[in-house]
Ligand binder design. Sequence first.
Ligand SMILES: Nc1ncnc2c1ncn2[C@@H]1O[C@H](COP(=O)(O)OP(=O)(O)O)[C@@H](O)[C@H]1O
Ligand SMILES: [Mg+2]
Length: 231
Amino acid sequence: MTPLLEARGVTRTLPGAVPVTLVRDITLAIGEGEFVAVTGPSGSGKSSLLYLLGLLDRPTEGRVLIEGQDTAGLSAGALARLRRERLGFVFQFHFLLPEFTALENLLLPMRRAGLEAEAALRARAEWLLERFGLADAMRKYPEQLSGGMRQRVAVARALANDPALVLADEPTGNLDSVNAAGMFDLFESLVSEHGRSIVVVTHDPHLAVRAGRQVRLVDGRIVEDTGAVPA
Ligand SMILES: Nc1ncnc2c1ncn2[C@@H]1O[C@H](COP(=O)(O)OP(=O)(O)O)[C@@H](O)[C@H]1O
Ligand SMILES: [Mg+2]
């Protein structure tokens, strides 16, 4: 079966007098319904890897394929469309738009994707927020919400367009242990009930073991992958 997302020998080097290599020779295939935790020391390239997998950055060597399609030849517009329709992102710092309510923060990317009529978008956005225990927060602005609530809005937003793959960079970094565990409960249900795939960067070993697969980075290289298919 064609993997949902695949990195083949991906290296990303920043040019300059002293070139900096962010990740080296990454080969990784993520299938449908996989829950992958990415761990590694600070500066090991976890965020850089997520940017590459999420088509927010391009490799200097190697290839990233989505559903078997090589993304190297795609225009910026085509990449943006793939991101919008197939991928969902959760960043460590929530990046909600402060001048919009929680509900509007979900509706904006949904409108951009333009897949459904406004009423259907609104119904789905409200359903998602309710599912995250945010029914009372829908019409509030980010600054009126607690850190945990904002993070849940950010996850709800990442799911707004029903992505096949969610990429989350330390989404629990600012959460207490109860909220962090709750977010992982949610990831589990997305995978087990909805067949979605998740790649989540986490520092927390107790959370990492809840993923079916652990990928560990050191100095930009994969040093362990519990789900790698033997060549
Ligand atoms: N724009 C940049 N310019 C120079 N170095 C960078 C840049 N982005 C990341 N790095 C370096 O690349 C390495 C990997 O960074 P990153 O992917 O953020 O690691 P992690 O998320 O695991 O902490 C680090 O050593 C970091 O300092
Ligand atoms: Mg990082």
